[in-house]
Design a protein around this ligand. Structure first.
Ligand code: NAD
Length: 267
């Protein structure tokens, strides 16, 4: 069954084939959506264009979301190309590498602003720019991480940004409710992407993850893509302002610890 037939989706945040946005794009297409891409700037073009071509995506536009002019420009281009859209995915996050290590209190004022601007404000700015062309029944989706709820060493200012992003999701859900547009977030477990590589200690955390998580399974971009399909489809027609975990259940743990053998297994 195709869950997104006839829907048009714009996906922000593809950097390469490891990107969560790429997993979402593929899942959307498999479910019948017409997809358009946006990427951060010229430097990524040679990676993103071939990916777009490989699945027949024609709308591939650069947009640095720290620029109001570039956001306005991509919204105009989308309007010219599609008229209206049904889905917008924000899979964008950034903090300077220096901020993603050591004590949180060392966060610089500039580093705080950059993380909040690109990782949080941009979702609100995109929502505003695309508001006039979002069809009723549509959906906005962003990507969060449990570091916004619980302390995750080295994640630092990105944790603060994710908490603010999740609060933005709820406020946007309220604003867009009368338009019958839903706004949700997926809080994903660790995936080896460019953004994740910037967080000090990520590799160790990633290695331990499957030892602790209830499902004992890694998170793939396909897993996240599938949940994104659900959240942006009519199956989730009455779900808005939510943060849905795709993390093999890791967030339910009070004390993450290696699993002891069951009494039955001990023999
Ligand atoms: P990624 O590096 O593939 O994607 C991050 C994207 O943000 C890139 O495409 C990058 O170009 C884009 N970006 C950064 N600055 C930008 C700007 N100024 N303008 C436009 N785009 C900009 O990594 P990812 O892991 O796929 O990240 C996608 C989202 O998922 C992020 O919000 C990230 O925090 C979140 N997330 C990632 C993980 C993980 O473990 N990888 C877990 C939970 C949530």
């Amino acid at each position: 069954m195709k869950l997104l037939s006839g829907k048009i989706a714009l996906i922000f945040g593809i950097a390469n084939k490891r990107s969560i946005a790429w997993g979402i794009a593929q899942a959307f297409q498999q479910h019948g959506a017409q997809v358009g891409f946006s990427y951060a700037g010229k430097a990524l073009e040679r990676r993103v264009k071939p990916l777009a071509e490989s699945i027949g995506v024609g709308f591939v536009e650069s947009c640095d979301v720290s620029s109001d002019e570039e956001i306005a420009s991509i919204a105009d281009k989308a309007k010219d190309t599609f008229g209206q859209i049904d889905i917008l995915v924000h899979a964008i996050g950034f903090a300077n590498k220096d901020e993603l290590q050591g004590n949180y209190y060392n966060t610089s004022r500039e580093g705080f602003h950059v993380a909040m601007d690109i990782s949080v404000y941009s979702f609100t700015a995109l929502a505003k720019a695309f508001q006039p062309m979002l069809r009723p029944g549509g959906a906005l989706l962003t990507l969060s991480y449990n570091g916004g709820d619980r302390v995750t060493p080295n994640y630092n200012v990105m944790g603060i940004a994710k908490a603010a992003l999740e609060a933005s999701t709820r406020y946007l859900a309220y604003d867009f409710g009368p338009q019958n547009v839903r706004v949700n977030a997926i809080s994903a477990g660790p995936v080896r992407t460019l953004a994740a590589a910037g967080v000090s200690g990520f590799k160790t955390m990633y290695r331990q993850f499957t030892e602790f998580a209830p499902l004992q399974q890694e998170i793939t971009i396909e897993d996240i893509g599938n949940t994104a399909v659900y959240l942006c489809s009519d199956l989730a027609a009455k779900t808005t302002g939510e943060v849905v975990f795709v993390d093999s259940g890791y967030n339910i743990l009070g004390v993450p610890a290696p699993r002891e053998k069951n009494i039955d297994e001990q023999g």
